[in-house]
Design a protein around this ligand. Sequence first.
Ligand SMILES: [Zn+2]
Length: 87
Amino acid sequence: MKKNGLSDSHINNTLKTNMLFSNNIISLNVNLTKAPSEIIHYIIIHELCHFKITGHSYNFWNLIRSYVPDYPKLIEWLNINGKNLLS
Ligand SMILES: [Zn+2]
């Protein structure tokens, strides 16, 4: 998250996911359509949870876990395969 609180591009910088808090808009890189559906689901849930909690606190990850219990596995997949989605 940028210090001005307007965008959030932390999931994977190469995928450039963005959330604009001021207008309640989430924009996702079109290359995400190449990812497995559970990855797309996780990323959307992740960004939606930021409408409720802006940082990555313990409470944020608990909220993520309530929707996507196996999220650590999905983060691992993104860390390994995220860059390949761009090619
Ligand atoms: Zn986040």
